[in-house]
Design a protein around this ligand. Structure first.
Ligand SMILES: [Zn+2]
Length: 165
């Protein structure tokens, strides 16, 4: 299984020097640690050894769990894995895939709001992705635009700008 936390730390109360450094630098959050530990426990029951988890984001009522791999592995047959994760966290969980179609991932993330378009733009000599959303969908967004920009730029590897029109 691929998680930000190493397998040794998943089963101990303390963190090894590598994992402590990751946490100190902000590369790994406490939520990432919690989700990793839960996934290792789930792996004992439902085999999810092939699953990949990169990071999680707490949006209040829902926790987003990002995977660079296949979302299906973290969802599980009949949603077994995602519901075990959800009951351990005490919150709804949504699995978001970071690979493949960026637009599809973004749509999964912001549903029921719709993506009008994604354009590459240049500003101040830097490439940016401009994500266009409908003004009337703004109230349905569970993520604040600034937070959405941060989340999406993390997996797209580029700065993102969210605009409503
Ligand atoms: Zn470790």
């Amino acid at each position: 299984m691929q998680t930000p936390l190493c397998s040794k730390c998943a089963w101990s109360e303390s963190l090894c020097s590598t994992c402590s450094a990751k946490r100190a630098s902000g590369a790994m959050s406490n939520l990432d640690i919690e989700v990793s530990r839960i996934l290792y426990k789930i792996n004992e029951q439902h085999n999810i050894t092939m699953a990949q988890f990169s990071h999680a984001a707490d949006l209040g009522e829902v926790v987003l769990v990002f995977t660079p791999g296949e979302a299906g592995l973290l969802i599980g047959r009949g949603g077994k894995v995602v519901s075990a994760l959800s009951s351990a966290l005490g919150k709804r969980v949504r699995i978001v895939t970071e690979s493949g179609d960026a637009r599809k991932s973004l749509e999964d993330l912001i549903t029921p709001a719709k993506v009008l378009g994604i354009n590459e733009v240049w500003s101040d000599g830097k490439e940016k992705m401009r994500v266009r959303l409908a003004k009337e969908d703004e109230p349905y967004l569970k993520v604040k635009p600034a937070h959405l920009e941060e989340l999406v730029s993390r997996w797209m590897g580029k700065p993102i700008e969210v605009v409503f029109e």
